[in-house]
Structures are given as C-alpha cells and as structure tokens.
Ligand binder design. Structure first.
Ligand SMILES: Cc1ncc(COP(=O)(O)O)c(C=O)c1O
Length: 471
C-alpha cells in the first residue's frame, strides 16, 4: 500500500459538479480535456507539469529571492544546485522545457537534419520539424507491447541507431536525443547500460548526445529499483552518472524540480558559447532566462529535493498501486507501472472505436463525464499530420492519468479506480469523436472536437440509472 511520507498543511478546495454540468463543459471545451476550466474538474490528472506539490522549503526560499536583472544571487544558487545535482558546470536558464528545445533546435537543426531518439515528445518534435528537421524513433519492439514486464521499455535500439547513422551520414545528425522516463510511451525508463551504449555510438561517430532530463529523477529511481548494478546506490550517484554521459542536458523544471522554468546544462564551453546568445534573444538575460527570481529559488531547492528518495518514490508508488488494482480487475493498462501517471490502453478498452475516431480522446472525455477526473489524450490526436496532411496514427492510444508528486490522497486514487471500473463495464456506450476545429500545429492543445453521435447522452442516462442523483 502506498504511504504518504509528508503531511498536508496547505490545501485547496475541490469542486465535484453534477454530471449535467460536466456534459455542458465538455461541449464548451470541444471534448478536449485541455479546454476544460478547473471549476468543472474534480481530480485534475491532466499533467504533472507545474502541478507537483511544492515543499515548505521551496515556498520559504521564494520569499528570499534576489530581484535583479543581472547577477542575481538567486541565479547563483541555482547554478550551484545544477552543478551539485546534475554535475554540469554551465547553465543557460530558459522559461520552460520547450524553450530549451527551441534554442537547441535553432542552434543545431536545419533542413535535412535527422534526429534519432528513443521516442519523441510532442514539443521536441514540433521544434525539430519547425526548423526543417525530421525525427526517427528507435525503441525496441517490446516498448510497444502494452501488457509487458520489460523493466526498461525506454531503451534505444543500438543496432538500429548505427544503421540510421550509416544510412543518413553522421554530418546530417546534429545530435541524438534520449528522453528520461520516456513520457509518451507511458513514462517508461531506459537503463544506464543502454545510455552507456548510446554514448559509445555517439563517440564512435562524433555526434552530440542530448539528454532530456525533465523526468530524470523518476528514471533514476527506477534504475535503483530495477538495474542490478545500482541496487545499493543512491539517487545522487545515479543521476550524475546519467547526466555525465550526455554532452548537453535540458529540462522542464515544471517536472524535474516541482517548480516552474527550465534550463540547459553542459560541461562544454563550446556548446555553452553556441547557445549563449540565443538566451537573451528568445528568453531573457542570462541570469534569469524568462523566469521570475522566485521560480529560480524554488527550482534550486526543488533540485536538491529530487535527490531525496522519499520525495521521488511518492508518485511511482501511487501509480504502481493503481496499475495493480486496475490490472487485477482486467482493465487494460500500460505495464509495468512507469512514472508520471497511469496509462489506460484505449486501443483495447475502446476496441469498437476506429483510430480515425480517436479512441483515446473519446475515453478521456467519457472518463471526465462520469467522474470529473481530467486525464490527457496521448494517442492520435496528440500526433501531428504528415507533410501531405495525412493523419499519422499513434503506435499506442493511451489516456494518461497523471499523478503529480504529493498531490492526491489514497482515497482519491480509490475513487478513480471505482469510476473506471464502472466505465469499463459500460465501455460499449463510449463513441468516437471528430474534429470541428483543427489547428495545424500542436492540435491537441487547441483543437475542438464533437461526438460522432449522441453517445455522451446515452452514457449520462446509464450513469443516472445506476447512481441516481449521486454526483
Ligand atoms: C519529456 C518532456 N520534455 C519536454 C517537455 C516540455 O516541457 P515544458 O512543458 O516545460 O515546456 C515535457 C513537458 O511535459 C516533457 O514531459
């Protein structure tokens, strides 16, 4: 049983509105959970990005921030934290993770570039393609098996990596990108051995290795749990060993340090110089990078807290609990339990909905309707169309129920389990969706959809039949 290793001293009131209001809210938000208003949401499991609970020490540090355009003491504290925790000497601050991706792509990606990666993240891919580059994903086949016990589904396929480099030519590959706790395949880690193997290939062909460290702490935690060599090690050693293998590390502090902001860290003065001028151009001066000094203070403290296993274990242990409970009931869910959230397998749960009608988007909408729980579609809606405007269907249709660090209690997790069980029993009532407004870039954020028929009304009718006037 997962156990909270903290106590709540500041709380926020939640709202559980009637199902009729939730149906209206879905229509207003175009059946896209990104478009919902938090007044209509009961448990917000959209993301862990910027929603992890902060610690008392983070809040206290925010009160002592040194507000200065240049040379702020808050930035100096952050630089030290990055050096102590990530082991990198030089830090370029940016306002969040995608800003780091933008700067890296402005500096290194051009038309014809190819970026091999274990798997894409939406914003990373958007910045690469925006600069005329392309990506290639090189996971092993087992990564796409939802019902699996493979401990390191985020591993990069080393043989394929070499093949791609030989085919494309190393000069057209400005960097290899590895993502810790690979987000879009269910928060699945890679092993240290795999990262070492990627490093060896990068060295052989003289290609930079870029590590997306947004979920570094959780990947390190799972290495401690699952990789024999590190079973007696500690968070600090594992994290520094990982970052030590990369030429350039970047992160979303919204995830890594339970704060806001982001950064790019490196030991190479050459890389630092290549990126330096882009920070004041796109973000802000080099000692704040578009962040407020209060965020910078919270980030410095949050980075040190990432080393504390009793902080990092919270989200993965609640995820493991919910995955096991759902799995015992036969509800298809991504396995083994990863980090970040619980990932429902919409391809199986809604096997009657074709991919062209977005099963994961439909399941996310249906779950919100019958519970007020807001998850995120991580399937074909989150993919972008190809250069000819064709749909590119996702390898997996997942609904992510994010479990941010230290936010939800066990009874709230049990509520999710209870409503999901009812929805699974009534899954045939869930229908498909179609776009009525589809923006060309990052459509999953702003897009609006509508149901293909009156399935939401039918689901409400069944809910009323079973639960009466209960919310
Ligand atoms: C792995 C990964 N990389 C990059 C980003 C982008 O970071 P941000 O949302 O701070 O722009 C995210 C955000 O969720 C992420 O999960």
């Amino acid at each position: 049983m997962p156990l909270e290793l903290h106590k709540a001293r500041i709380v926020q009131k939640l709202h559980l509105v009637p199902i009729e209001r939730r149906l209206e809210a879905l229509h207003e938000g175009g059946f896209n959970t990104f478009q919902l208003n938090t007044m209509d949401v009961f448990l917000d499991m959209l993301t862990d990005s910027g929603t992890n609970a902060m610690s008392d020490n983070q809040l206290a540090a925010m009160m002592q921030a040194d507000d200065a355009y240049a040379g702020s003491q808050s930035f100096i504290k952050l630089q030290k934290a990055v050096e102590d925790v990530l082991g990198k000497k030089y830090l370029l601050p940016v306002h969040q993770g995608r800003a780091a991706e933008n700067l890296i792509c402005v500096a290194y990606v051009k038309k014809g570039s190819l970026i091999p990666m274990n798997y894409h993240f939406t914003t990373a891919m958007a910045h690469i393609t925006d600069k005329g580059g392309q990506i290639v994903e090189l996971l092993y086949d087992e990564a796409y098996v939802v019902n699996s016990s493979h401990p390191f589904k985020g591993n990069m396929n080393i043989e394929k990596l070499e093949e791609v480099i030989i085919q494309k030519g190393a000069k057209n590959i400005p960097f290899i990108r590895m993502e810790a706790s690979t987000n879009l395949i269910g928060g699945q880690p890679f092993s240290m051995q795999n990262l070492r193997d990627v490093r060896a290939v990068a060295d052989k062909y003289q290609i930079r290795l870029v590590l997306d460290c947004s979920l570094l702490g959780e990947n390190a935690f799972l290495i401690l749990q699952r990789e024999e060599e590190f079973k007696d090690s500690d968070m600090g050693t594992v994290m520094k060993t990982m970052t030590g293998l990369a030429d350039l590390c970047y992160f979303s502090a919204r995830k890594l340090s339970s704060s806001r902001g982001g950064g790019i860290a490196t030991d190479s003065m050459e890389i630092y110089r290549e990126l330096e001028a882009l920070v004041p151009l796109y973000e802000g001066f080099l000692t704040y990078g578009g962040m407020s000094v209060r965020e910078i203070e919270a980030m410095a403290v949050g980075l040190y807290e990432t080393l504390d296993e009793s902080v990092i274990c919270q989200s993965p242990s609640f995820i493991k609990y919910l995955v096991e409970e759902l799995d015992n009931k036969g509800i298809p869910v991504m396995k083994p339990a990863g980090v970040l959230g619980v990932h429902l397998d919409a391809m199986q749960i809604c096997s009657h909905i074709p991919q062209s009608q977005y099963p994961a988007g439909s399941l996310a909408a249906a779950l919100f309707l019958i519970s007020g729980v807001r998850g995120m579609e991580r399937g074909s809606i989150s993919n972008q169309r190809d250069e000819y405007g064709n749909e590119t269907y996702a390898d997996m249709e997942l609904v992510r129920l994010a479990i941010p660090r230290r936010v939800f209690t066990l009874s709230q997790i049990k509520y999710v389990e209870d409503r999901l069980t009812w929805l699974y029993e009534n899954r045939e009532l869930i229908g498909g969706l179609k776009f009525n407004y589809e923006p060309p870039v990052l459509r999953f954020f702003m897009g609006k959809l509508e149901p293909v028929n009156d399935w939401p009304q039918q689901l409400v009718a069944k809910f009323k039949e079973d639960f009466g006037e209960s919310l």
